[in-house]
Write a protein that binds this ligand. Structure first.
Ligand SMILES: NC(=O)C1=CN([C@@H]2O[C@H](COP(=O)(O)OP(=O)(O)OC[C@H]3O[C@@H](n4cnc5c(N)ncnc54)[C@H](O)[C@@H]3O)[C@@H](O)[C@H]2O)C=CC1
Ligand SMILES: O=C([O-])CC(=O)C(=O)O
Length: 325
């Protein structure tokens, strides 16, 4: 049996937290042979609800769950943490863009970045889910100068999974038959779902109707979060938790041969993006490290969309630079 790892989930009493914790404890994220100690961080008014979540986790008698720490103190929550899923933040409601949450949520990520810096394992893997995810990840990273900046990532995997599901439906194939989807840029309505490299059972997909791609598929993926808010009256939760599991699993356990996943990670300058911006890229993962897929041909059509999402991320960064330590 491996020794247990410590996994922090913030916003543990929220919608996504409630979907996420049980799957982590069941081994869906880090594997059937990896025991976990869950650290649940919440704000004081939610601590009673967290106690209920703790009771339910206990009642599952998960063999891999070797301990639970529930706290409203970030310094306690991040102590010796190996993985952190930063979910706790306000969700948007109808008619809002995710960037409208920037002012409300930014402070949370500067506080948590500092706590990670001071208390976490130096190899910690951080995934930011709370919106606007890319820029919140940048805030956390900039407040953690002693942690390798590459360890801070944000979630575009839900967009990646949505894009695969839409294409599978269009092509009448199973989602498992598709590979090489890419989400470039921001987890926002400027994201660019790129199907130029998409394959079905290893064969490049040709003959996609460009009009459908541009005017139906791309907006559907970009606006899927808003469509769910409209339908459910609340933002996506189970699918978001599932994507968070997928993101961390890929990062920790690796991606399959001949495929890649989309992760928002600090740019190293690849594809002309300014270094440091937390940008959605196609990546492969092995041995707990991710690597940007290089040399994907970028058409003029793609370049315009990559530029638009890059521009939005630069504007978001400019709005929060005062929170960088
Ligand atoms: N990146 C992505 O693909 C997605 C991101 N999201 C975002 O995830 C976030 C959480 O969504 P939900 O779980 O639906 O919201 P929710 O409102 O159900 O839960 C959020 C929880 O966070 C807690 N919280 C607030 N401040 C905190 C702090 N400083 N420390 C610890 N916990 C804190 C709240 O008490 C609440 O229990 C939202 O910002 C939402 O927009 C949602 C779906 C997809
Ligand atoms: O749309 C939202 O506000 C929640 C979210 O990020 C998503 O579902 O992609």
């Amino acid at each position: 049996m491996k020794s247990p790892v410590r996994v922090v989930v913030t916003g543990a009493a929220g919608q996504i937290g409630y979907q996420l914790l049980f799957r982590i404890a069941a081994g869906n994220m880090l594997g059937d042979d990896q025991p976990v100690i869950l650290h649940l961080l919440e704000i004081p008014p939610a601590m009673q609800a967290v106690q209920g979540v703790v009771m339910e986790l206990e009642d599952c008698a998960f063999p891999l769950l070797q301990g639970i720490v529930a706290t409203d103190d970030a310094n306690v929550a991040f102590k010796d943490a190996d993985y952190a899923l930063l979910v706790g933040a306000m969700p948007r409601g109808p008619g809002m863009e995710r960037s409208d949450l920037l002012k409300k949520n930014a402070e949370i990520f500067s506080v948590q970045g500092k706590a990670i810096n001071n208390h976490a394992n130096k190899d910690i893997k951080v995934l930011v889910v709370g919106n606007p995810a890319n820029t919140n990840a940048l805030i956390a990273q900039q407040n953690a100068p002693n942690i390798n900046p590459a360890q801070f990532t944000a979630m575009v995997r839900l967009d990646h999974n949505r894009a695969i599901a839409q294409m599978a439906d269009k092509l009448s194939v199973g989602t498992h038959e598709l590979s090489n989807m890419t989400i470039w840029g921001n987890h926002s309505s400027t994201q660019y779902p790129d199907i130029s490299q998409l394959k079905v059972n290893g064969e490049v997909v040709k003959d996609i109707d460009h009009n459908w791609y541009e005017n139906d598929f791309i907006p559907t993926v970009q606006q899927r979060g808003a469509a769910i808010i409209k339908a459910r009256g609340a933002s996506s939760a189970a699918s978001a938790a599932s994507a968070a599991i997928d993101h961390m699993k890929s990062w920790a356990l690796g991606t399959p041969d001949k495929d890649w996943v989309s992760m928002a990670i600090p740019s190293d300058g690849s594809y002309g993006i300014e270094p440091g911006v937390i940008f959605g890229y196609p990546v492969t993962c092995a041995n707990g490290q991710y690597r940007i897929v290089q040399d994907i041909p970028i058409s003029d059509f793609s370049q315009q969309r990559i530029d638009a999402t890059n521009q939005e991320l630069r504007e978001e960064r400019a709005a929060v630079e005062h929170l960088f330590s």
